[in-house]
Write a protein that binds this ligand. Structure first.
Ligand SMILES: CC(C)(COP(=O)(O)OP(=O)(O)OC[C@H]1O[C@@H](n2cnc3c(N)ncnc32)[C@H](O)[C@@H]1OP(=O)(O)O)[C@@H](O)C(=O)NCCC(=O)NCCS
Length: 170
């Protein structure tokens, strides 16, 4: 009988890297986008951020070279705005959200932003908890912002300060 797999023999973890999002990633991005949000961004929405928006900073999280997640940011007048962030569903819940969000906040620090802001659905408890771990707090609501579900948007903001961040999960 084969021996049960011991902890030290566990499958190797994928090699995680965060880099620039590229147009060649867009098929994989759209596949994640469509299963992540009731109203998905279109290819044109992403292309505008990649090609035309000079305030945009777009990140790709890669696991063993394959696209595992992405984030679309603006760095504008000292504020980092997180406009879109998502991970491949099968990779959620194991700490990669921390990795991706930290990479966003590092962009903000590199761009001399003092504050980060974002909007999130009140029902998105996983994302809200993640943001709170990095110092984001609710600063307001936009009534009926999400037309698909008629939810308000919770507006959150955080001071960009590494000392507020939790230790990365192992
Ligand atoms: C939001 C998202 C990027 C988070 O990534 P993730 O891999 O699921 O999260 P992680 O495993 O890194 O966990 C990060 C934190 O999220 C929270 N979290 C994760 N899974 C959770 C769950 N099942 N229940 C409650 N909170 C949870 C926790 O606060 C966790 O940190 P902690 O365990 O140190 O307390 C990911 O879930 C996602 O892509 N969701 C769909 C798209 C989306 O909603 N984007 C945000 C739009 S505003």
């Amino acid at each position: 009988m084969p021996k049960p797999r011991e902890r030290s023999e566990a499958l190797p973890r994928p090699r995680i890297r965060v880099g620039r999002l590229r147009e060649a990633d867009l098929d994989a991005v759209l596949a994640i986008e469509r299963v992540s949000f009731p109203t998905a961004w279109t290819r044109d929405n992403f292309l505008y951020e990649l090609r035309d928006n000079r305030f945009a900073r777009n990140l790709a999280l890669r696991a063993d070279g394959s696209l595992a997640g992405y984030a679309c940011l603006w760095a504008l007048e000292g504020e980092l705005k997180i406009n879109n962030i998502a991970l491949r569903p099968d990779l959620r819940g194991s700490g990669l959200g921390h990795v991706l969000l930290r990479a966003c906040l590092e962009v903000g620090l590199a761009e001399s932003c003092g504050e980060a802001t974002l909007e999130v659905r009140p029902s998105n408890l996983v994302a809200r908890r993640l943001y709170e771990r990095y110092g984001f707090r609710e600063i307001g609501r936009r009534s009926g912002y999400y037309q698909d579900t008629r939810e308000d948007a919770v507006l959150m903001a955080a001071r960009l300060d590494r000392s507020l961040w939790p230790a990365l999960p192992r």
